[in-house]
Design a protein around this ligand. Structure first.
Ligand SMILES: [Zn+2]
Length: 69
């Protein structure tokens, strides 16, 4: 979880919710049950596999903050 220290959530009425972490942006990708999956914003362009899983209360339960860019 140390890699996830400092993550913060952006909730905006106009834009997609996002997580900022260590200079990277994560976009909301999928909701499965109580879990929300977030992917690095460059996933589509670079195939980056970094991801974060959160619960409804925004607690981070999984963090893979390894980027290929
Ligand atoms: Zn990335």
């Amino acid at each position: 979880m140390a890699l996830c220290a400092g993550a913060f959530f952006i909730h905006s009425a106009q834009k997609q919710p996002m997580i900022f972490l260590a200079g990277y942006r994560f976009c909301k990708h999928q909701v499965t049950g109580i879990k929300t999956h977030w992917r690095c914003s460059t996933h589509k362009n670079h195939g980056c596999k970094a991801k974060i899983h959160t619960l409804e209360d925004n607690s981070i339960i999984k963090c893979y903050n390894i980027h290929n860019h």
